[in-house]
Design a protein around this ligand. Sequence first.
Ligand code: KG4
Ligand code: ZN
Length: 342
Amino acid sequence: MVHEGFILSIESSCDDTGAAVLKDGKILANRVANQMVHSKFGGVVPELASRAHQKNIVPVVDLALKEAGITAQDLSAIVYTQGPGLMGSLLVGASFAKSMAMSLGIPSLGVNHMKGHILSHFAKRVGDEAVVPEFPFVSLIVSGGHTMLVLVNGYSEMKVIGRTLDDAAGEAFDKSAKMLGLPYPGGPLVDAHAQKGESIYVFNKPRVSGLDMSFSGLKTSILNFLKKEVERNPEFMTEEVDNICASVQSTIIEILIDKTKDAVTSCRVNDIGLAGGVAANSGLRKAFLTLAEEMGVKAHIPPFEYCTDNAAMIGTAGYFALKEGVTSNLATVANANLSFQE
Ligand code: KG4
Ligand code: ZN
C-alpha cells in the first residue's frame, strides 16, 4: 500500500515553495522557501512567483529529504498541490512531482489545496499527541486567497457550506493595510497595531444571507472613512493607526465569527477548526476560542507552520487519500480553479 513508507509532498500554489516528508502519515520534515520578491509590488506577481518556484523547488526538496534522513530512492509516493492556485506556480510543483515520481517508478497524486488546509489539524510529527477534531466538524479556512466554511464529515467527505462572495479575509487585511501605507503582506502588521489600539471606529458590515460572507464593501467603507478623516486632519492615519487597525480587525473578525456561529448552530457539531494564514491573527484566535467556550464546543487551531501554506498539510491530505485508495496519474494536470468536488 503506497500510503505506507515515505511520502514526499510538494506545495506551490501561490508564493511559498514547500516540501515535506512523511513516514506512515507522520511528518519528518516540513520545509518552505518564502518569496520576498513580491513585497515591493504590494501583492503576489504571478510570473515572478512561478520563476521563484523554479529556482527554489530543487533545494527545498533536497533539504526536506536530508532532514528526513532519506534519499529519493526511499520514497513510495509523491503528492503535490493540483489546485486551486496560480497556474504558473501550480505547474512548477505538479510537473516536478510527476516527473520525479515517473523517474522513480512510484505513484504521484494531485491534492486539493483547500483540503490540505482543512486536514492541517491532522498534520503531526511522531510523538505529537495534540487532540485532533472529531468528525463531523466545521472548518473555517481563512487565507489571502480563500475564506470558506466547510462541514467536514470525514477525511474525504467535505462540503463547502459558506464562502466569501468577493475578497478573502486575508485580502481584506492586506488591502486595509495598503490604504494605511503599510507594506505587503499587511495582515500581521494590522494585527500588531491592533494590539496597541482600541476598536473605536465603526465600519459598515455587509448583510449577506446564509453562511456566505463579503469583504469588499468593508474596503470601500474604510477608504471613504480615511478620505474624510484625512481631509480634516492630514496626520490622522499616522496618529490613529493603532485604533484604525483595531477597528478594521474587529470588524473582519465579527464577520467571520458570526458566520461560524451560525454554521455551528445549523450543523450541530461539537468541534470547530480554524486554519489558513489568517489563523495567525491574535484577535481571531481569541474570538474563536471564546466562541467555542460560549457554544460548548471544542476549538482546534493547528500550529502556525501548518496554518500558512505548507507541504505538510498537502502530505497529510495525500496520505489519507492514498489510504482510501485514491490515485491519480500522469494525465492529472494542475488546475487553477480546481473545485472541491474534483
Ligand atoms: O495561508 P496563507 O499563508 O497564504 C495564502 O494561501 O493566502 O495566508 C496569507 C494571508 C495574508 O493575507 C496575510 O496578510 C494573512 O494571511 N495573515 C494575517 C496574519 N498573518 C498572516 N492576517 C491577519 N493577522 C495576522 N497575524
Ligand atoms: Zn492556502
